[in-house]
Write a protein that binds this ligand. Structure first.
Ligand SMILES: C[S@@+](CC[C@H](N)C(=O)[O-])C[C@H]1O[C@@H](n2cnc3c(N)ncnc32)[C@H](O)[C@@H]1O
Length: 520
């Protein structure tokens, strides 16, 4: 049996790496190794440590540290959490590429301390600001923790997602409107030949897939054959069946126009349904109900784009026929109706809202649409929420918790192109900091430094003197020291965090840094 200190010395020797007492405490805290001994005298069985370091989790930790540096803070990997935790309640009301997990915001905002976070930076009743609010993760967590929060985002649609997550709803009205629209949509498509065509197509697909892609036998066969060739051959074989049905039911697949996103990426019938539901939503009187239903519709149509299951994240070409799907190992089809997703997301949304309702506090949060380098925060707040504006003016803001965009990585408007087209929101692509199309070259990096430091300077006017700022960034170009200097701030600490499971495909070692800044 070893004490924590002995365990850290033993493990350092065993792995030939520096294993601190904090590393060992973390393993105990998250149940990776069992704790023995009585109060204040924690003991660990050496064999348990050996087991951990030879397990998948233990090996991954060691491997990532050797790739990314020994200063990687494994506590911030949150590898103890399940997907349901990181996407809890309203955090999954709508997809958004580039959000941080709520537990990361919570870690820095809440009132716990540990070996790494040695001070409490924020308390109940404080105001925080997130000048790159995205889908509102920090704002939602601020609410849970009893803090007020202001968010800013250049993308109107991102601001809408954030505000919808934070909205307070009349559940009866919501349910009524959802039911009304669902019923109307069902009625609208009741006699539709496309729906009949789709169910016949599903029948044919089932027969075909059972013969050529039987489950689970095909999963074994896949390893012995050339999957790509076999898939393409069967796709070709199914095409005449598909085309015959199209002819028999007289289906128009593509839309006439190819001008906007909605014209290009939706099959003709799906587009008709989208327009139908969208018009009904526009007629809803209660603005919060209307906004919430708009988000449900947007989430729905995102799942109904005419693409393959494999290309949902990065669209390639519109798909108008059945295709071999490597993800599911069979022939799949594009969607011909939004009804299924509409119903499922409506239900899911109501559940998520009621889960959040149990946790929410009576505090103020709002996301303003604007450019955080120039926006007059108080003026915009006064327009939307005068009481909150007054509170911000009097109390001032305690600090920032934010993940700024990175240089040339994501196009934040384009990822929701369908929603801009649907709602007719104005796009402000040219004001995005770190725009994708500008790349990551020297000029792009200089513009980035200027942009982020301008945003910090703009927020600084409203901060208390002894503010704390936490910025999450993958600073591979080492730009943050210059950003801090330009904002007359200093970086007083850095937490290097492993980012696990960034996407389904990319499981490689990757880290980001949480910079802690204060005034100079
Ligand atoms: C990394 S994301 C933030 C994600 C957020 N933490 C979340 O969990 O959803 C960065 C955000 O900064 C926004 N942004 C980019 N340039 C901006 C600007 N000039 N002013 C305000 N927001 C901007 C983008 O639209 C994007 O939503």
């Amino acid at each position: 049996m070893l004490t924590i200190k002995q365990a850290s010395e033993w493990a350092s020797e065993y792995l030939k790496k520096n294993i601190t007492t904090s590393n060992i405490s973390y393993l105990i805290q998250y149940g990776r190794v069992k704790k023995d001994g009585t109060n204040g005298n924690t003991l660990i069985n050496k064999q348990n440590l050996i087991n951990y370091y030879s397990s998948y989790l233990g090996k991954r930790e060691i491997e990532w540290k050797s790739k990314l540096g020994e200063d990687l803070n494994w506590t911030l990997s949150f590898d103890n959490l399940k997907e349901a935790d990181t996407t809890k309640h309203v955090h999954r009301l709508h997809p958004y590429k580039g959000k941080f997990i709520p537990q990361l915001a919570e870690y820095f905002l809440d009132s716990h301390i540990d070996d790494f976070k040695k001070e409490i930076y924020f308390n109940k009743g404080d105001i925080i600001i997130d000048p790159f609010c995205g889908s509102g993760t920090a704002l939602v967590q601020a609410n849970e923790l009893g803090m007020h929060a202001v968010g800013i985002d250049i993308s109107s649609f991102n601001a809408l997602i954030s505000n919808v997550k934070l909205g307070i709803y009349d559940i009866v009205d919501l349910n009524n409107e959802i039911q009304k629209i669902t019923k109307a949509l069902r009625h609208f498509i009741a006699d539709s030949k496309t729906i009949k065509f789709e169910s016949k197509l599903a029948e044919e697909l089932k027969k075909f897939n059972n013969s050529f892609f039987p489950s689970p036998e095909y999963k074994i066969k896949i390893k012995q054959i050339n999957e790509e060739e076999y898939g393409a051959k069967k796709e070709k074989e199914f095409l005449p069946i598909f085309l015959n049905l199209v002819k028999e039911y007289n289906i128009r697949l593509k839309q006439e126009n190819h001008i906007g996103f909605l014209d290009k990426w939706y099959l003709q019938h799906v587009r008709t349904e989208i327009d139908f539901v969208s018009n009904l939503i526009k007629q809803i009187q209660n603005p919060s109900t209307r906004n919430l239903l708009s988000i449900i519709l947007s989430r729905t149509i995102r799942s109904c784009r005419a693409t393959t299951h494999a290309d949902l994240a990065t669209l390639k070409e519109p798909v108008t026929a059945a295709y071999y799907c490597a993800k599911h190992g069979k022939i799949c089809k594009p969607l011909f109706s939004i009804l299924g997703w509409w119903e499922s997301y409506s239900k899911d949304t109501i559940t998520r809202l009621s889960q959040f309702n149990k946790l929410r506090t009576i505090t103020n949060q709002i996301c303003l649409t604007g450019d955080s380098t120039t926006i007059d925060i108080i003026k915009e707040l006064e327009k939307k929420c005068p009481m909150f504006a007054k509170l911000v003016k009097n109390q001032k803001i305690k600090g920032i918790f934010s993940s700024p965009p990175y240089v040339g990585l994501i196009n934040y408007h384009e990822q929701h192109a369908y929603a801009y087209d649907l709602f007719g929101f104005k796009r402000n692509d040219e004001l995005e900091i770190g725009q994708l199309f500008k790349g990551q070259g020297k000029e792009a990096r200089e513009l980035y430094i200027q942009g982020i430091s301008n945003a910090l300077n703009n927020c600084k006017r409203l901060l208390i003197d002894n503010y704390n700022i936490f910025l999450v960034a993958n600073d591979k170009y080492n730009l943050y020291p210059t950003i801090a200097e330009k904002a007359e701030m200093q970086i007083i600490n850095q937490y290097k965090r492993p980012v696990l499971n960034r996407t389904e495909k990319d499981k490689g070692a990757y880290s980001e840094t949480i910079f802690h800044l204060k005034s100079r």
